[in-house]
Design a protein around this ligand. Structure first.
Ligand SMILES: Cc1cc2nc3c(=O)[nH]c(=O)nc-3n(C[C@H](O)[C@H](O)[C@H](O)COP(=O)(O)OP(=O)(O)OC[C@H]3O[C@@H](n4cnc5c(N)ncnc54)[C@H](O)[C@@H]3O)c2cc1C
Length: 383
């Protein structure tokens, strides 16, 4: 597989990757089947990962984090994706790499002091609640409202398909605070603490994949949020969310790359050892070419991903690169996962095999965080 370490990753980042890889092999892979059956990660896992500094990648050291650059976030995403447990990767990245950066970007010093240390240590779990039943791709359709009453905002509305809905203690959410506004203006972001009158979660959704991450709806019925818990400027919430999109897309693509590398490794191993026609599957040119093609496409995609991260670390915009990547990498993963199941034969379609899980867990990446079609629209705007 293409090795980009020398060109793109510092010694420290490679060390970080080794530590995380060892942790995942030791603590995650052997136990994740139980978490999949329970449809939730154990709280203890967050504490363990927090203690080892794995949850603070977006958080500055003054708040207990390890603040990594964009290439560090790539390494993190690749390793949690390589675990091949999409639910583990989804819940952990939602907490550490999607929701936490919003507080880092938009929070006041007091908000950061109050929340970030517990997020970095894994004491409190975060969720990111944006999508509503009326639509997820077109976010200007969000109907949740917040009305100011004294020193509180009163929230009414519903969020859906929320990862960590049951396990999280805190949510980043968004509501319309200016009832007269239209389109993208007039939304504000809130950091809400779970519980209290007017806050309920729905029944757990049964997903096809990403089974170890819990998911449900959130309902706000005259739910009072302290005014101090607004994040960033009133009325600018939509634009603030948009500022995190490049990071979010890179993170999801990095998880896909990790998952593709794992799919390729186990399928190469299978092809080279599976006896057929007095030889092995690998001796069939069609199989060799298919796997060589996947390795080539994956390498090209990975190169663009690393290039984008390096550019972001220099402070440049990577809107075009991240839109291209998010438009194509999840679809590449789905195609490759399907082809790898084929090479494994019937065994690859059986529950409990790794490639079967990769096949199921590949699917959501092209739905969430910007559907492929929406990403292609983004690319087209920039051409
Ligand atoms: C496993 C999983 C986890 C999730 N976790 C979270 C979470 O933690 N927090 C959260 O807020 N949301 C979460 N979501 C929701 C996710 O963000 C939305 O599913 C996504 O934004 C798409 O919205 P939608 O499902 O309403 O689809 P819609 O907006 O109804 O779109 C449906 C389909 O229409 C097509 N489409 C949409 N727009 C266009 C266009 N412009 N051009 C052409 N075709 C288009 C696409 O194929 C798209 O998939 C999660 C979803 C999944 C599957």
């Amino acid at each position: 597989m293409l090795n980009l370490d020398e060109t793109y990753l510092s010694h420290e980042l490679r060390e970080f990757r080794e530590q995380l890889r060892r942790f995942i092999a030791r603590e995650v892979v052997p136990r994740a089947h139980e978490w999949e059956a329970a449809c939730m990660l154990p709280r203890e896992l967050y504490r363990q990962m927090g203690e080892l500094g794995f949850l603070g990648l977006a958080i500055p050291s003054e708040f207990g984090g390890t603040e990594l650059d964009a290439r560090g976030a790539l390494v993190f995403g690749e390793e949690i994706g390589r675990s091949s447990f999409g639910g583990f990767a989804a819940s952990i990245s939602d907490h550490a790499d999607m929701a936490a950066p919003v507080i880092v970007r938009a929070g006041t010093q007091a908000q950061k002091n109050r929340y970030l240390p517990d997020i970095a240590s894994g004491k409190r779990i975060l969720g990111f609640a944006v999508t509503e039943p009326g639509g997820g791709s077109d976010l200007t359709r969000m109907k949740t409202s917040a009305v100011r009453k004294g020193d509180h905002w009163i929230l009414n509305g519903q969020k859906t398909f929320i990862t960590n809905a049951h396990s999280a203690d805190l949510f980043i959410t968004i509501a319309r605070t200016d009832p007269e506004s239209k389109g993208a203006s007039g939304y504000s972001i809130f950091l809400i603490e779970k519980g209290g009158a007017g806050f309920t979660t729905g029944k757990q959704f049964e997903k096809t994949g990403w089974c170890a991450s819990d998911m449900s709806e959130l309902f706000f019925d005259n739910f009072a949020v302290p005014a101090d818990n607004m994040l960033g400027e009133e009325g600018r919430g939509f634009y603030m969310l948009m500022q995190g999109l490049e990071r979010e897309r890179m993170s999801m693509c990095a998880q896909c790359v990790g998952m593709m590398e794992r799919a390729l490794v186990i399928t190469l191993e299978h092809a080279k050892t599976r006896a057929a026609y007095g030889r092995t599957l690998w001796d069939l040119q069609a199989i060799r070419h298919e796997l060589a093609g996947y390795a080539s496409e994956l390498s090209a995609a990975k190169l663009l991903l690393y290039h984008a991260a390096q550019k972001k670390d220099k402070g440049e915009s990577v809107r075009l690169e991240t839109s291209m990547l998010k438009a194509k990498i999840p679809d590449m993963l789905k195609r490759m996962a399907d082809g790898c199941v084929q090479i494994h034969g019937a065994a690859g379609y059986m529950r409990g095999t790794e490639i079967e899980r990769i096949f199921r867990d590949a699917r959501p990446f092209s739905l969430g965080g910007g559907a492929s079609a929406v990403m292609l629209d983004e690319v087209a705007k920039l051409l």
